[in-house]
Design a protein around this ligand. Sequence first.
Ligand SMILES: O=C(O)CCC(=O)C(=O)O
Length: 239
Amino acid sequence: MPDAKVDPARHAVAHVRGAFAPARLRALRSHLDRVCDERQTQAATTREHTAIARGEASDALRLDPTWMDAFRDPSRALLDAIGHATWVAFPPQVRRVSTAAHLVPWHQDVAYQRLLGARGHDQHVTCFVPLDEDPARRPTVEFVAGRFAELPHGAASGFGAGLDEAPAGPHALFRLALGDALVFGDLVPHRSFVPDPSQPERRSLEFRLVRPCDAVADKDYFDIPSGAFTRRSAAMEVA
Ligand SMILES: O=C(O)CCC(=O)C(=O)O
């Protein structure tokens, strides 16, 4: 019997066609190609070097407000898919996936939020945005569809959280075009998936979106409706 208290968005996966204007994503891809190498070399901590080794980005690459341009002039399709989760956590994840070491094992995103302790969100949705011209041929995300409680995770293959195996249920893959996004809840089990081993490379952005009421104090967010950066205010804490 499903738990009626769990927000259904936490279990959902949506393939959002035309979520972003392809021209906007091409501009972000060009920006990534322009700044990536230099900013990755600016990594100064062990944490960042570990992240880069698994296909993620240095702080200098992530902490760039340009990535939030994706959410300027949001499409109707995107707004419908995100519902009340209109605050985008900053910074996003920026990925250049190219080897097996970059492939994320099965997990629920809630497990990564737990690793952040008090700085983690109680619930959020992820918006996965491929930037390549031909995302259908590139590494993507595979899901297990269904309603899952929070599952026990352990550290796995260089990643902070992973499941020993996929939970039982039907697997789902989506054929993405440039401009499409995958919007999925933090209880949905998923992993990286390579449809064509001759195409192991992918550039992508991953955004974590929350309802304003789920925001963490003193953290930066981009408020999609106003198009401005924001923080959870003292007044909201009291309300
Ligand atoms: O980028 C990928 O291949 C997987 C991404 C992922 O698992 C996530 O964003 O939680």
